[in-house]
Design a protein around this ligand. Structure first.
Ligand code: ATP
Ligand code: MG
Ligand code: MG
Ligand code: MG
Length: 480
């Protein structure tokens, strides 16, 4: 089944059960100071759970473009290394705002997975909240009893507060959740080790696909819980992971969500992606290809939604993601010329029907990415060389934060990129030292602005030191 049809079937299923289908909110949040990017389906409905405003319908379903690269959910370092965490992904979701609760949510999730999508029950596991002494909460018996009518009890696992209790923040709506996991390993692997032992254990073929949250409490300022006046359901299913299961492949990157992008990368670079790497070089190549296929989606959708790469805030996060992709292409695919922008056409053909913004903004997205590539490639070679020198002059295995700061300041090397390259080479980064150098520079520029008078600035000794680097960064900001 094609990914397009998988998405449609989800939405149709919930539409048939009285849900209003709404569009995805933009990937970049516009009016939530606590959140840079939408990182889950519920983000756009947050206010309703807080009791501010009423939704258009008590039942809603959608697919939400999510980005998990900052704050509470930051998967960036896993992306490309593993095969099931993305920076940008779609989260399919259904919601009840004070309407149906556990029974309907669980029954529908089960019906959709096993009867509509026809997933074999014997590859599924579910988890239920085990309870928590601190909060004086018992296990979620209600969810357990509903599940045991549907699935054999040896496939129900108890989960801790960390995995099975969802909270919006330190205060506010919260409640137990029940998650559905798949085990798509081969029969031989299953005979060797039970899937039960691999749930929530970072196995690439035993993965969580769907989280069903039952919001029934409110966490008060003093930390205690009270029952909410109305109970809500908030669910989120990873679309690419669902496609992996339904298309019978072993990784999200082998689904039709990613194969067109991977094929295009292959034709642009002359390198080959292998489903299973047989040596370390192939593994590195695969990681680089996955990183690029993943990151171009995040960057393209962010730009299409209005977030251009820049030197601060959300714009800097987007720039960092793109620079990470450029560096992987440069080091592992030998691409010294811009090429990532050429993937936008493929992406737009593939996703444009459901997300028209990627089609209508295509030219802008291409231009911005090409400019970013051009400008970063110009300094990358030199910067990498400098990093090599820094490593060569490092005694021990920890690289100075001050030196990393200079690379950031002069060559626009995002600090996570420096850390990543160091990790690849078996070194650590003195992060505290980097932070201190960063703070020092901020203090210097504050001091500099304090002595500036209306029409001209009196340069202090401090800020002349970093002036060249700053200039360089400023040049790179010009993207259109
Ligand atoms: P995981 O434990 O795999 O990191 P999670 O518990 O952080 O997932 P939730 O916050 O429960 O994820 O989000 C709901 C669903 O979204 C998950 O069940 C999963 O299918 C999907 N999902 C979460 N993070 C990612 C990601 N980085 N890339 C792709 N899908 C994801
Ligand atoms: Mg996670
Ligand atoms: Mg999880
Ligand atoms: Mg989860």
């Amino acid at each position: 089944m094609k990914s397009q049809d998988i998405r449609k079937q989800f939405l149709d299923f919930f539409k048939d059960r009285g849900h209003l289908i709404v569009p995805s909110a933009p990937i970049v949040t516009k009016d939530d100071p606590t959140l840079m990017f939408n990182n889950s389906g519920m983000a756009q409905f947050k206010e309703f759970f807080l009791g501010n405003g009423t939704p258009k319908s008590k039942r809603i379903a959608d697919t939400q473009k999510c980005l998990r690269v900052s704050g509470k959910h930051n998967d960036l370092e896993e992306v490309g290394i593993d095969t099931y965490h993305h920076t940008m992904f779609e989260m399919l979701g259904n919601w009840s705002f004070g309407d149906y609760f556990k029974k309907e949510a669980i029954h529908w999730a089960w019906e959709l997975l096993t009867e509509v999508y026809k997933i074999d029950k014997d590859i599924l596991y579910v988890t239920v909240f085990e309870g928590n002494k601190e909060d004086n909460l018992p296990m979620d018996q209600e969810a357990y009893d509903i599940w045991k009518e549907l699935i054999s009890e040896d496939r129900i696992l108890m989960g801790s507060k960390k995995d099975n209790f969802w909270e919006m923040g330190d205060q506010g709506p919260c409640g137990p959740c029940s998650e559905i996991h798949v085990d798509i390993r081969s029969a031989e692997e299953k005979a060797e080790k039970s899937g039960r032992d691999l749930v929530n254990a970072d196995h690439p073929q035993v993965v969580e696909i769907w989280n069903n949250v039952f919001m029934e409490f409110n966490r008060k300022a003093d930390g205690s819980l009270e029952k909410l006046p109305a109970q809500h359901v908030d669910t989120g299913m990873g679309f690419e992971r669902l496609c992996m299961v339904l298309q019978g492949v072993q990784s999200n990157y082998d689904t039709d969500v990613f194969t067109p992008l991977i094929q295009k990368i292959e034709s642009l670079t002359g390198k080959k992606y292998t489903i299973k790497a047989s040596n370390e070089d192939e593994d590195k190549l695969n990681i680089a290809i996955r990183v690029i296929a993943d990151h171009v989606r995040a960057v393209a959708f962010a730009i299409a939604d209005g977030q251009l790469p820049s030197n601060n805030g959300a714009g800097y996060v987007i720039r960092r993601i793109l620079r990470r992709a450029i560096r992987y292409g440069f080091t592992f695919l030998d691409k010294k010329e811009p090429f990532i922008f050429e993937l936008v056409d493929t992406l737009s053909n593939q996703m444009g029907e459901f997300f028209p913004e990627i089609k209508t903004q295509k030219t802008l997205v291409q231009n911005v990415i090409r400019e970013e590539e051009t400008s970063f490639l110009r300094t990358l070679d030199q910067g990498l060389q400098l990093l090599e020198n820094v490593i060569a002059s490092t005694e021990g295995k920890t690289v100075s934060g001050q030196k990393a700061f200079e690379l950031y300041d002069t060559f626009g090397f995002p600090i996570d990129l420096t850390a990543l390259i160091l990790r690849e080479k078996g070194y650590n980064l003195d992060e505290a030292g980097f932070e201190a150098a960063m703070q020092e520079q901020k203090a210097r520029s504050r001091a500099a602005s304090e002595v500036s008078t209306a029409d001209w600035t009196i340069l202090t000794q401090g800020n002349t030191e970093t002036f060249v680097g700053y200039d360089q960064l400023e040049n790179e900001v010009k993207i259109t």
